[in-house]
Design a protein around this ligand. Sequence first.
Ligand code: GAL
Length: 318
Amino acid sequence: MTLPSHAPRGVVEPGRLFVDQHGAVAQLHGVGIQRYDGVFWAWGEDKTHGGTFGGVACYSSPDLATWTSHGHALAVDETVPDLAPGRVVERPKVLRNPAGTYVMLLHVESADYSLARVGWAVADRPQGPYTYVRSERPLGNLSRDIGVFDDDDGTGYLLSEDRDHGLHVYRLSPDYLAVEEIVSTTLTRPGDHPVGPHGYESPTMIKADGLYYLFGSDLTGWSTNDNQYATATSPSGPWSQWRDVAPPGSATYDSQVSVVVPVRGSETTSYVYAGDRWDSRDLYHSAPVWLPVQVQDGRAELVWRDRWTLDPVTGEIA
Ligand code: GAL
């Protein structure tokens, strides 16, 4: 088997692994990313145990390309049923609430994916350690892949895949520790699933020039598909039709969106797509496919680059 080799530190090479300061493969799978005080913080699924929970790994970076490991922000814990060995915990996403607490939201699962809950954990610093709080089905709905978003006014949102009804945007309570209400629900493009479940999954949202962009992938498990985005002038919608974010047929350059990160600099605001090229036989070595996204006038377009670097001060990508 040929493993994707790793890129030199400081450079992003889509399809090649990142390594940390020790030369270990960075476990940035299903990643959530935030920038606090100029530092990028990332929380990823540690796939040491394949599909079952191996901990939430935490990393920091000045430029999204040079990664320092901070160990596990949330570890396997046999005394907590949701975090026990053999369980599935995916897509860790962190928001800092208006009171300054770091709130981690997670997809909490059983090994057969029938549990479909969202979990919460809290910490007083980005790298944790996080204290587990609880899990639930938000407002009774299935919740598998998740994303999070906090708006300029401090309102927090949970984005959550519920194949019975569609992708929900939930408004969170002011402390982000509970779900308050569904503000919008989007459905798969007409014709995509005439009778089947409703997409999309692996959702993430950004706001650019006052317009909200919601990204997601179709429901194809570890296999990649043509990921889509929709736009609206409010998280409450109405959302536009879904459109391809990459050339159709490329399966989003063989990747699945995990998060789109705004990088605000002195010269420009750039947007970075962080996606996964899952290898279901060797999840640990699944390669990151991270690329710039051009976001303008209601359009979002993933731009292929063999390699790129980010200037974290100016926000420019070269
Ligand atoms: C995908 C999902 C991944 C993982 C996988 C398991 O649909 O995006 O996070 O849950 O299914 O098959």
